[in-house]
Design a protein around this ligand. Sequence first.
Ligand code: PLP
Length: 396
Amino acid sequence: MRVYLDNNATTIVDPQVKSAMDPFFSQYYGNPNSLHSFASDTHIDLNNALEKIYAGINAPKQDSIVVTSCATESNNWVLKSIYFEYILTGRKNHIIVSEVEHPSIIATAKFLESLGTKVTYLPINSEGLIEAQSVRDNITDKTALVSVMWANNETGAIFPIEEIAEICKEKGVLFHTDAVQAIGKIKVNVQHLDIDYLSFSAHKFHGPKGVGALYMKKGKELTPLLHGGSQMGGHRSGTLNVAGIVGMGKAMEIAVDAIDFDMPDVKELRDHLEDELLKIEDTFVVTPRQKRTDNTMLISFRGVEGESMLWDLNKAGIAASTGSACASEDLESNPVMEAIGAEADLAHTAIRFSLSRFTTKDEIDYTIGVVKEAVIRLREISSSYAYTPKNHNSQL
Ligand code: PLP
């Protein structure tokens, strides 16, 4: 059996999305910006797709949603534009990000730091959550931007975006959220919250890879990162990825419906997996269930190196993740485990299981069996693990 439980890394393209995209490779292939019927053949479908994307996050027409190549581009764009407009010009000198942002935020923040920007990296608490108060405590009159993700890719932890947005508005600071792990899992409504910028990526919600977007509130438009054309209202140059945009629109439409119709089933499967795995002694899950997305679990089996577990899972056809960059001579620990201050011997043991609406009960039952056997095998050969009756399971 092959089981895909790495849906926070990427997802299968929904067959309905693929069908919607198919005509835009060899049938309707005109460049939408050209002045002939091959171009106009694409216009209705492009507009429909954009409407679905606006509807998916409840963005009003006067705001902008600019299609990009991925969320990495959207995240880079926000931070670098803020640098050009506020920091390079001397109006402000400071930005705030959380220490568990995706590398597309952290590495960009570090780059801007090398150019003289002051950056505050907000810590997470022992539950893997950001406290909104820490945003308030760190804003100064020189702060240009706060960027905090909506949901964390490793733990699924849902951050207090509403409160953070309110604090930023009150203090007159721009607010960006990376909503990559939120779309299709949490209802995202940019009119209910005071969000200036929001990033997302189609391949995380059963759309194609290589297409994402940046939402910008009216009046908060950014300096383009890519110059050279009039596409996307001049906000982002480059020939439109027509098939990708059509696919993202279809994927968004389905994903938003799936929050009510499919996520309860996904949660039931995730909870079943979690309940069964927590029966293994000396096992820990990060972030309480009600505070994370319904598809995600970061779990640690004391004494079981994450990479060894992945190896056993992979041999059995199961895909999961350790969330850590694995250098040849040095096994790094999961960055979130480090950030919550997990003991050193636990920090290397985290495994992330992330489900989707395509995950089945049979797949989860098979996974439970494989994980239970792997834990026994790997603990037997572990030099560091010694079971004592005191050991028990819990929420980290
Ligand atoms: N932000 C988060 C929270 C992510 O999980 C990811 C992908 O893993 C990204 C950004 C980057 O997305 P993309 O692959 O579209 O560049």
